[in-house]
Design a protein around this ligand. Structure first.
Ligand SMILES: O=P(O)(O)O[C@@H]1C[C@H](O)[C@@H](CO)O1
Ligand SMILES: O=c1cc[nH]c(=O)[nH]1
Length: 340
């Protein structure tokens, strides 16, 4: 049995397999309206529009995903049909954004489990209706590092909730359902191995704590409410760090659980915005943050290019280098003069 919950023979047959839905009702429906994407199996020719999709990339903001779509176009050498521009395919939904670059679909998923969960239901159904073969899903996010300085990458090995439980718990028809939050270990390792010596970031593979809130849920002292001390906070962060939890964000649990349930290989790659052992506020200049947000994109673009048989290259532009310090949880960043 592989870590995706499917045995190797089953996995091999996935390589050319359509996405199957664990829902007997959909096949019998006259049409399926993907309401939050402003698409439908009756209103759109989903096979014509999307059957060539092999990679689904998602992240919090529309801007990040649009930039990623443009970056991918350059990287994979994809040309838009003459006279057309990159369109937000689901702009009529006013909920999520969606861009297609050849075999890659890029979505914004908003913040938190409810938002990414709705998107994932509809994207998984889209893959099914479009008869996509064995798509791979990536979340390209931001996170708070635990013992890792800002501007480095974490690839999630497995996700836990705020109580360190490795499943998504969802009330369904008045009962709690538990969906195991398992990610593909091979995919995580393959991504990690794509780091190049010149890269300005380190990559850590470890456990991610996925919370329902950015402030109290992540033990911050700077929310509108707080009834614990700095010592309480640090004790908690150090305790979970000992359990190999290396970052906190707000979507990985649901992403892992729904990908696993659908039999889809998935990976979560987040850039750290700060080391939570040193503080709570995200005080890094915006320009630096937007540079850091490109790091997960570099790695995922490399994975896609390698899979497509294209050469993998080092970053095409200069990024500031990380300088390691001897102190345990500490690294300082050497800002390049042209950068700030
Ligand atoms: O993909 P993003 O950068 O939105 O993910 C993290 C988790 C929350 O959605 C958000 C909090 O700032 O950032
Ligand atoms: O600390 C952080 C930073 C980004 N996203 C989070 O959820 N937490």
């Amino acid at each position: 049995m592989s870590n995706s919950g499917h045995d190797e023979e089953e996995r091999d047959s996935f390589d050319d397999a359509n996405v199957h839905l664990c829902n007997p009702h959909i096949a019998g429906m006259e049409q399926d309206i993907l309401y939050h994407l402003a698409l439908g199996s009756g209103s759109h020719d989903l096979v014509e529009m999307f059957s060539d999709v092999r990679y689904v990339c998602m992240g919090g903001t529309p801007k990040r995903m649009e930039s990623f779509a443009y970056y991918l176009m350059d990287e994979i050498g994809y040309k838009l049909p003459a006279g057309t521009t990159l369109l937000d395919i689901s702009h009529m939904s006013y909920r999520y954004s969606m861009f297609k670059v050849g075999p890659v679909l890029c979505f914004s998923h908003g913040m938190g489990i409810p938002s990414v969960g709705i998107l994932l239901h509809e994207v998984i159904k889209l893959m099914y209706h479009a008869q996509c073969k064995n798509p791979i899903f990536f979340r390209l996010g931001t996170c708070g590092g635990i013992g890792i300085e800002g501007g480095n990458l974490v690839i999630t090995e497995s996700a836990v909730d705020g109580l360190l439980r490795p499943y998504l718990e969802l009330p369904v028809l008045g009962k709690l359902q538990r969906k195991p939050a398992i990610l593909d270990k091979q995919l995580a390792n393959d991504l990690k191995n794509l780091r190049l010596d010149d890269d300005p970031f380190s990559i850590t593979v470890g456990k991610t704590m996925c919370t329902y809130d950015f402030y109290e849920g992540q033990g911050r002292l700077d929310g509108a409410f707080c009834d614990y001390t700095e010592e309480d906070k640090l004790n908690f962060l150090k305790k979970i760090h000992k359990e190999n939890i290396v970052n906190m964000e707000m979507e990985s649990l649901c992403f892992a659980a729904l990908c696993h349930q659908a039999g889809i290989r998935g990976a979560v790659i987040c850039v750290t915005l700060l080391n939570r052992l040193n503080g709570d506020q995200v005080a890094t200049p915006k320009e630096t943050l937007s540079n850091w947000q490109e790091y997960p994109q570099l790695l995922v673009a490399r994975y896609i290019k390698k899979n497509m048989g294209l050469p993998v290259n080092k970053p095409q532009r200069e990024y500031p280098q990380v300088v390691k310090c001897p102190k345990k949880h500490s690294m300082v960043r050497q800002e390049s003069a042209s950068f700030e």
